[in-house]
Write a new protein. Structure first.
Length: 514
């Protein structure tokens, strides 16, 4: 028929194909939380939104809020999994609930103003430190929406997880039924230049520049690799009822834990923070840790390796100081697996080419420190298994000090360290900074095989004075808060005492390993 075009067989088939919707490919995305914070029923008006860890607990109640943005995720969600990196363990696990209100701000949320927690949508199994724990939360997740979740638990074993400010942030892993999934990626270009000195009396300098732009692909360009840096101090956070606490800001000469922690927050070269004991006054009660330490040094929890002090074992005299704190219960509860086994408190780990050992100098609470004691036996075995490493040990009560608080209780442990060729001991207890020349266990100068001890009781609490200058003491200071930063080279180390902002005292140098 003229005036009409015939479709023909191929045309009909083409029309039928056009009328059938195309089947999209399945998609997936791993999203990082855009906001997270925990809230504390015991401090209902305090915000904990800038920490490198989030926490949950059943008593006192600590709940964690998480927020994810699925604006780039289309289609229907087939599965959604919340993945949390655990800093500590809990055999009881935890629950995840939906939160209808997504308007909360991580820098403002508090227990008293937190959104209502809805129905439980998923539960975990036992939580093991050092692993990611996955929970199915599909019922609470919608593509294209902002999703808010809450983590809770009923047991009294507190659990810590990496926050979005840490290197192990909360993740939401989603699978879709066939829509395109898009996520933003960043291109980071960074350069790092570090110039360090090799003589005992000169200084080191470090300069870091970085810039960041967003593109469709992720590439990273870095400068030459640098050796790891660790920072150390003890005698840190005031009791929250201390008259100098001042909301965590401290005064000019006490409770300076926030100012000192600022020296480490954001340091791109810092790989580990070593605590030298008396980390939280007056007794290291769990609530004191949450209300004081956590506001400052708690921002560094994901890289923190603690040693226990004598004040953590007290059961009277400050916040949460009661019979429940026996055995340094608050300390072990707050730091979890990072503190070692409760009742012991000793452990070891590696940073770069170095082997680091945390010891418990409260010998009566640790089952002794003498020959054949559990700790001393463990130490000898640990040293024997790392014969080729540079070794650093850290604990609270020094063997040598000009501050009047040295004790002989660790001499056997120091002898083991000396016999194994250890390089450095870090201690606190006296609230001063002091550097010693290398010594043997009897305190005699030994430049060939001796151990160099640093006392760094400058973490923020307050200062104490010099009693009698001890033999082989090289440098002392009694009026500057700060941290000792050590750059750990494969066969040597550099040290620099870094003072809080506004202060000028410093001490720098370098030393080869034995």
């Amino acid at each position: 028929m003229r005036g009409r075009a015939s479709l023909g067989l191929l045309g009909v088939l083409g029309l039928l194909v056009a009328l059938v919707p195309a089947r999209a490919e399945a998609g997936s995305a791993t999203l990082t939380a855009i906001a997270d914070a925990y809230v504390n029923a015991s401090t209902p008006t305090t915000n904990y939104g800038t920490r490198t860890a989030v926490r949950i607990d059943g008593s006192p109640i600590l709940n964690t809020y998480l927020k994810f943005d699925l604006a780039g995720v289309g289609g229907s969600i087939t599965t959604a999994t919340l993945s949390m990196y655990a800093n500590s363990s809990n055999p009881a696990g935890f629950n995840v609930s939906a939160v209808a209100d997504t308007s909360w701000n991580e820098l403002a949320i508090t227990y008293s103003g937190a959104p209502a927690i809805g129905t439980v949508v998923g539960s975990s199994g036992p939580v093991q430190a050092g692993r990611r724990i996955d929970v199915d939360v599909t019922a609470a997740v919608t593509a294209g929406a902002v999703v808010s979740l809450a983590m809770t638990e009923t047991s009294t074993t507190a659990v810590s997880f990496g926050s979005r400010e840490s290197a192990t942030p909360p993740q939401l892993i989603v699978q879709t039924d066939g829509a395109t999934t898009t996520t933003s990626q960043s291109t980071t270009t960074s350069q790092s230049t570090t110039t360090t000195s090799q003589s005992t009396t000169t200084t080191s300098q470090s300069t870091t520049t970085s810039q960041s732009t967003t593109t469709s692909q992720s590439t990273t360009t870095t400068g030459p690799p640098t050796d790891p840096v660790v920072a150390a101090a003890g005698d840190i956070a005031c009791d929250p009822t201390n008259s100098n606490f001042n909301g965590g800001l401290g005064t000019s000469n006490a409770c300076r834990q926030l100012a000192v922690s600022n020296l480490m927050v954001g340091d791109p070269d810092l790989q580990a923070v070593l605590l030298l004991g008396d980390n939280q006054y007056y007794c290291g009660g769990y609530q004191a840790f949450l209300q004081s330490y956590d506001l400052s040094w708690g921002r560094l929890i994901s890289t923190t390796h603690p040693a226990v002090g004598n004040h953590e074992y007290l059961t009277a005299g400050g916040t949460d100081c009661n019979a429940g704190n026996a055995g340094a219960a608050g300390y072990f509860r707050y730091f979890g697996a990072a503190a070692g086994t409760p009742g012991q408190g000793w452990y070891s780990f590696d940073v770069g080419a170095w082997h680091l050992i945390a010891l418990n100098s409260n010998c009566g609470d640790a089952g002794g420190c003498g020959t054949g004691s559990p700790q001393e036996t463990w130490l000898r075995n640990d040293l024997a298994s790392h014969p080729n490493s540079c070794v650093l040990a850290f604990y609270h009560i020094p063997l040598w000090s000009s501050g009047g608080r040295a004790a002989n209780n660790t001499r056997t442990l120091v002898t083991d360290l000396y016999n194994a060729g250890a390089e450095v001991i870090l201690a606190g207890h006296d609230h001063i900074y002091e550097r010693f020349a290398p010594q043997d266990p009897s305190g005699m100068l030994d430049n060939a095989r001796g151990i160099r001890e640093f006392i760094v009781g400058t973490g923020g609490a307050n200062h104490t004075s010099i009693a009698t200058v001890a033999p082989n003491s090289e440098v002392r200071n009694t009026d500057t808060f700060g941290v000792l930063k050590l750059t750990l080279h494969p066969n040597s180390y550099d040290w620099r005492f870094t003072p809080e902002a506004g202060k000028t005292f410093t001490d720098t140098g370098s030393q080869a390993c034995h």
